[in-house]
Design a protein around this ligand. Structure first.
Ligand SMILES: [Zn+2]
Length: 296
């Protein structure tokens, strides 16, 4: 070994040591390689700003269990024609018995009914990666859409979802593999169909990755997105295993408590004696008057 190379090694060792020392200053505890890998895969160090939200507090929430950490994001469709404010109004009613942390409008704006640190009621009976009661450790995001796999999700809406999910991933160090859909975590399997078949998880994942690494290009929104005109109802056919209007409301309105709306819309139907093949009209708009009558 030459004198030159020895001094080079000395220099390298010195600079490596000072690098290590600098790292140690920023790293309060040693991490296992697997932890480092999962964090790198999940997020960059880039701080993603929280998108603007309209606060519409819902009473349908409670404390998360002690010691639980937020590590999962669950996407839903609202199964209704109303905009995000209308869904926020619905979640503000105790009889809805349901809520979410966020609602993404068709035009892209965001409503927040429940603060992140609280447990919102969006997942119901559920399991993710072998852990039950997904509400305990997840953030629930409702996406305004009929959920009929026909209504398209707008560019403005994907943009809103991507910015929100990227913020949550960065804020809570959520692995990208833990961005999931209600249909994937609901038990028994098949109880839920959201998000609908025409919703692209690939587009969300790709967009979130791009936001995290600073290469995101928002879609060109030349004209302001408007609320679409949507039909008054859609028709579904009773499948094997579905016997009550509550079953139909659970799968097609994403909320069993909304069976009263189905009954009002289908007065000829016997709520607890559905027949396979029977057609049920599912309202696209919530009629709040039904709940007021129901309470009286
Ligand atoms: Zn859902």
């Amino acid at each position: 070994m030459t004198k030159m190379s020895r001094s080079l090694i000395g220099l390298c060792t010195l600079s490596t040591l000072s690098l290590l020392a600098a790292c140690a200053l920023n790293t309060p505890r040693l991490q296992q390689p697997s932890q480092i890998r999962s964090q790198t895969a999940a997020t960059s160090q880039r701080a993603i700003p929280k998108p603007a939200t309209i606060q519409m507090p819902s009473p349908n929430q409670n404390e998360r269990p002690a010691g639980s950490t937020i590590n999962t994001i669950v996407l839903h469709h609202t199964a209704m024609a109303g905009d995000a404010r209308a869904v926020g109004n619905y979640f503000a009613r105790p009889e809805a018995k349901t809520s979410s942390h966020y609602i993404v409008d068709r035009t892209g704006y965001l409503v927040q009914p429940v603060a992140d640190n609280l447990r919102s009621w969006h997942a119901g009976r559920s399991e993710f990666n072998g852990v039950g009661d997904v509400n305990n450790f997840s953030i629930g995001i409702e996406i305004c859409n009929l959920g009929d796999s026909v209504e398209a999700y707008s560019d403005a809406q994907y943009d809103g979802i991507i910015r929100l999910v990227a913020y949550l991933v960065s804020e809570y160090r959520i692995p990208l593999a833990n961005i999931t859909r209600h249909r994937d975590i609901a038990i028994p399997l098949g109880r839920k169909i959201d998000t609908s078949n025409n919703f692209s998880m690939a587009r969300v994942n790709e967009g979130v990755r791009a936001v995290l690494n600073g290469t995101y290009r928002p879609p060109a929104l030349n004209t302001p997105a408007e609320q679409p005109q949507l039909p008054a109802f859609r028709e579904v056919i009773v499948q094997a295993g579905q016997t009550t209007l509550e079953d139909i409301a659970d799968i097609h309105l994403d909320n069993p408590a909304r069976w009263v709306e189905l009954q009002a819309f289908n007065p000829q139907v016997s709520a607890k004696q559905l027949q396979v093949g029977q057609k049920i009209r599912v309202p696209n708009h919530i009629d709040f008057k039904i709940y007021e009558q129901h309470q009286h």
